[in-house]
Design a protein around this ligand. Structure first.
Ligand code: TRP
Length: 435
C-alpha cells in the first residue's frame, strides 16, 4: 500500500515469501524447506518485524515485577511490532489492551493452540490489562468448504470453554463471536473495507479470482478488534488506546494490513508479539495441525494417549541405538521431545541440564521421552480439570457485553497517590497563606 514505510511491506504477498526463503509461511500454510524447521531469522527480515532483545526482556521484568514468561526467556516469542512503544507508554501509566483470537475449525484444541493463550494469560496477569478474544466463526465457515454454520457454531462454544480454561480474568476479558458482535464492529469494518483495495488484499493474502468474495471481505474483520472504539463498553470515549496482539507469526499479514490502514484512519497502530510455531510430533517441517492425528497431541488426550503418541511418533534427534546415542549424543534442533520441553518445562536449570546430558549422550532417548510424558501429562491433567469445571454460565459471563474497567490497579493507585500529594501540597500552601 502506498503509505507503507519501507520496513513494513504491507503489499508484499505472503505467498511470495516462498520463493525467497524457500520456507512457506502464510496464514493458510506453513512448510519449512529444511528438516530443522523454519528459518525464523530470515522470516523476521522478510516480514519486516523487529527482533526481541534483552533490553525488552528486562523492561518487561521491570514493569511487571516478575521474571518474564518462559516463552519470552527462551525467545519462543521472538519478534514484534512496536512492543517497545507499548511498553514505553505503559511505563508512563498509559493504557494498552490485549487482543487475540481463534478460528473454530476443530472440536478440541491441540498443544500448538495453547501457546498464544498461555502467553496472553500471562500478559494479562502480569500487566493487569483488559483482553478481547475474537472467535472467527465467519472466517472458518468461509475458508473451510466442508464446514456448515451449525458445525462451526458448535465448535466455537467448545473452543470458548477451552479458552476460558486457560484462566483468563473474568473481570477483564471479553470473548465475542464475529457473527454475534458484528453490529458493533461493522462501522470500523466498513472503514477498513473502504480503505483497502482488491489488489492489496490479493497481494497480502494471495487469493485468486475463483475464491469466494467472503474471503476478501474477511481480513478487515480480523483487523478491527485492534481499534479500541470497537469496544465502547470497555474503553468508553477513549480514542487512543493501542492493542497488543500475542499470536503466532503466520498472522502477520493481517496485522501488516491493519497497521497500514490504522495510520490512514488515524487510529493507534496495533502492536504485535509473535511466536514461532509449535511443531508437529513428526518433526520441525510443519506446525502441529488437527488434520493429522498422529502428529498431534490434543488437549483432550489422556495420559495413556500422550505416552503412546510420544513413544511412537515423536521424531527423535537421538542416536539410532543406545550405543550410538552414548557415543554421539543427540541433535537437539530436530528432537521433538527436547523441543517440546523448551515450550513446557518451566525450570530453566533443569532444561539446561537436560540439553547438556542429552546432547552429549549421557541421557538416552527413552529418558527424555519419559520426562516429556510426565510434563505433558501433568499439564493436560490440570487443564482438563479446569475445563471440566467450565459451564455455559461461564461462557455467558465472558461473552456478555458489559462494562469493563480498562485501567490497571497500579495506574489507579499511582493516580490516587498523586492526587493525595497534590491535595497535601495545596493544603500546606493554603495553611501557609493563612498565617
Ligand atoms: N485467523 C485466526 C485463526 O485462524 C483467528 C484470529 C482472529 C486471530 N483474530 C486473531 C488469531 C487475532 C490471532 C490474533 O485462528
Amino acid at each position: 500500500m502506498e503509505s507503507a514505510k519501507p520496513e513494513e511491506p504491507a503489499t508484499q504477498a505472503a505467498t511470495e515469501v516462498k520463493a525467497e526463503v524457500e520456507d512457506e509461511v502464510t496464514p493458510f500454510n506453513i512448510a519449512a524447506a529444511s528438516d530443522s524447521g523454519i528459518d525464523y531469522d530470515k522470516l523476521v527480515d522478510k516480514f519486516g518485524c523487529s527482533r526481541m532483545t534483552d533490553e525488552l526482556r528486562e523492561k518487561i521484568e521491570r514493569l511487571t515485577g516478575r521474571a518474564p514468561h518462559r516463552f519470552i526467556r527462551r525467545n519462543i516469542f521472538f519478534c514484534h511490532r512496536d512492543l517497545d512503544i507499548i511498553l514505553n507508554r505503559y511505563e508512563q501509566n498509559q493504557l494498552f489492551y490485549l487482543y487475540t483470537g481463534r478460528g473454530p475449525s476443530a472440536e478440541a484444541l491441540h498443544l500448538g493452540h495453547t501457546i498464544p493463550f498461555i502467553m496472553t494469560r500471562y500478559m494479562q496477569e502480569a500487566f493487569d490489562v483488559p483482553l478481547v478474544i475474537q472467535i472467527t466463526d465467519d472466517e472458518k465457515f468461509m475458508y473451510r468448504p466442508e464446514l456448515s454454520q451449525e458445525q462451526v457454531a458448535k465448535m466455537a462454544i467448545s473452543n470458548i470453554k477451552d479458552i476460558i480454561a486457560f484462566g483468563f480474568d473474568p473481570e477483564k476479558t471479553f470473548i465475542f463471536l464475529d457473527t454475534e458482535y458484528i453490529k458493533e464492529l461493522y462501522p470500523n469494518v466498513t472503514k477498513v473495507q473502504k480503505a483497502v483495495t482488491l489488489n492489496q488484499i490479493k497481494g497480502v493474502f494471495g487469493f485468486n479470482d475463483s475464491d469466494p468474495v467472503g474471503k476478501y471481505a474477511y481480513p478487515p474483520i480480523q483487523a478491527v478488534p485492534s481499534f479500541c472504539n470497537s469496544f465502547p463498553h470497555i474503553f468508553g470515549s477513549r480514542k487512543n488506546v493501542p492493542s497488543l496482539i500475542p499470536c503466532a507469526i503466520d498472522q502477520d499479514p493481517y496485522f501488516r494490513m491493519t497497521r497500514d490502514v490504522a495510520a490512514r484512519l488515524k487510529y493507534e497502530k496495533t502492536g504485535t508479539f509473535y511466536s514461532t510455531f509449535f511443531p508437529g510430533l513428526e518433526g520441525m517441517k510443519g506446525k502441529m495441525s488437527s488434520s493429522s492425528l498422529h502428529n498431534t497431541i490434543l488437549l483432550t488426550d489422556s495420559a495413556a494417549d500422550v505416552k503412546k503418541k510420544i513413544n511412537k511418533y515423536a521424531f527423535s534427534g537421538g542416536g539410532a541405538t543406545e550405543q550410538e546415542q552414548r557415543e554421539k549424543g543427540a541433535n537437539l534442533d530436530v528432537d521433538m521431545p527436547y523441543q517440546y520441553l523448551r515450550f513446557f518445562l518451566e525450570d530453566d536449570a533443569e532444561l539446561a541440564q537436560i540439553a547438556e546430558d542429552y546432547s552429549t549422550g549421557k541421557m538416552l532417548t527413552g529418558q527424555i521421552k519419559q520426562k516429556l510424558i510426565e510434563v505433558l501429562s501433568t499439564y493436560l491433567k490440570e487443564f482438563q480439570e479446569r475445563r471440566k469445571a467450565i459451564t455455559d454460565e461461564d461462557v455467558k459471563k465472558f461473552m456478555e457485553v458489559r462494562k469493563i474497567n480498562p485501567v490497571p490497579k497500579k495506574f489507579e493507585e499511582a493516580r490516587k497517590a498523586k492526587e493525595a500529594a497534590e491535595k497535601l501540597a495545596k493544603e500546606a500552601e493554603a495553611g501557609a497563606g493563612a498565617q
